[in-house]
Design a protein around this ligand. Structure first.
Ligand SMILES: *Cc1c(COP(=O)(O)O)cnc(C)c1O
Length: 387
């Protein structure tokens, strides 16, 4: 099965794309091809693979399947989401300029500011909610627009279609970090993006037991260059982690539906709670970009941020008293997590920068898992009662 099987449903492709039964044994599940090298029948003649940094059948099955789910032909699985960022950034050269959203994954921001800036790439960070700010920020040297939607942690949305038009008019590519939505809820390439990135650590693997990333494109020229960078930089995903990600894709649809159902219930509960100042969840009608969310995504996922009344002290009480929610960084796993972006995931941002982007002391980020809805709500209710 390949990416031309577009008429098949998402769930079907998640289970079958790139995964024909093993030709030698008939194994239905894609085997772990634990090999670094492959036989040549004579020098330079081999059956598709020569060295596992360049290609491995287990990794290739995952790459095909995840690319197919994003509506694309080319996927590159990497050892982490950050290696995905690094590999994509090597598409650029000294003197190039990138416009990125101001509210983004802290590790991506750190790579931009502390690694790629030193190599001569320049960055502007803007609020991409308003497309006219992008028009103003584009320069002659702008080669890439980097968007996350929803953003992390403030759950702001970016109109992918509109941003893609502006980026392309200025001669830049659009990269969308689709980690928060997964291809089940949002497919940026179909809206005009050129590249999609996932930290597969999150929803794609979904079980909080590995670190991984994937970069996807349907553009042949970009794919050729990415293939070169992937094998040259060598940030490939291990065979075993590729196998786990491939296995996880099979349940992506059912997991995402369960995440969304629980998150919707939790968001509604929190929005009415007297200790909660605000809830940012794109699925709520109160989200200022709810209409865009409905147009651009087929659902709203499991991520939200909330502001508790009473600032940092109140946030600490809530974090100390949850029992079903786990106090931990990361997101997208089957278990519910709570964290404080100011002190944890976004601690690498200066206090001033945190204030600028709106990371307040009472801000908490929730990754709602797929446990029983009633247990999650009871847990939050009890912990909020201690404030
Ligand atoms: C986690 C994350 C990353 C980085 O991925 P790693 O797998 O941790 O290297 C990038 N973008 C987003 C939105 C993330 O949540």
């Amino acid at each position: 099965m390949n990416s031309s099987d577009d008429e098949l449903g998402f769930e079907t492709r998640a289970i079958h794309a790139g995964q024909a039964p093993d030709p030698t044994t008939g194994a239905v599940a894609t085997p772990l091809y634990m090999t670094s090298t492959y036989v040549h029948s004579e020098p330079g003649v081999f059956a598709g693979y020569d060295y596992s940094r360049a290609g491995n059948p287990t990794r290739a099955a995952f790459e095909h399947c995840v690319a197919n789910l994003e509506g694309a032909r080319f996927g590159f699985a990497l050892a982490s989401g950050c290696l995905g960022v690094t590999t994509v950034m090597h598409l650029l050269e000294q003197g190039d300029h990138v416009v990125a959203c101001d509210d983004m994954y802290g590790g991506t921001y750190r790579l931009f500011e502390d690694v790629f800036k030193k190599q001569g790439v320049d960055f502007s960070y803007i609020d991409l909610r308003d497309p006219s700010t992008l028009e103003a920020a584009m320069r002659e040297e702008t080669r890439m627009v980097w968007a996350e939607t929803p953003t992390n942690p403030l759950m702001k949305l970016v109109d992918i279609e509109r941003i893609a038009e502006i980026a392309h008019a200025g001669g830049a590519r659009l990269m969308v970090d689709n980690t928060f939505m997964s291809p089940y809820f949002q497919r940026p390439l179909s809206l005009g993006a050129d590249l999609v990135l996932h930290s597969t650590t999150k929803y794609i693997n979904g079980h909080s037991d590995l670190i991984g990333g994937v970069v996807i494109t349907d553009d042949e020229a970009l794919a050729g260059r990415l293939d070169f960078l992937h094998k040259s930089i060598g940030g490939i995903q291990s065979v075993f982690d590729s196998y786990l990600c491939l296995r996880s894709l099979k349940t992506l649809a059912v997991r995402m539906r369960a995440h969304e159902a629980n998150a919707t219930a939790v968001a509604r509960f929190l929005q009415d709670h007297s200790k909660v100042e605000w809830v940012a969840y794109p699925g709520l009608a109160s989200h200022p970009q709810h209409e865009l969310a409905r147009r651009q995504t087929s659902g709203h996922g499991g991520m939200m941020s909330i502001g508790v009344k009473g600032g940092l002290d109140a946030a600490r009480v809530l974090m100390a008293n949850v029992r079903v929610f786990t106090l931990a960084e990361s997101l997208g796993g089957v278990e519910s997590l709570i964290e404080h972006p100011g002190l944890m995931t976004h601690a690498s941002l200066s206090e001033e920068r945190q204030r600028e982007v709106g990371i307040a002391p009472g801000l908490l980020r929730l990754s709602v898992g797929i446990e029983s809805e009633v247990d999650l709500i009871r847990d939050l209710d009890r912990a909020l009662g201690k404030i």
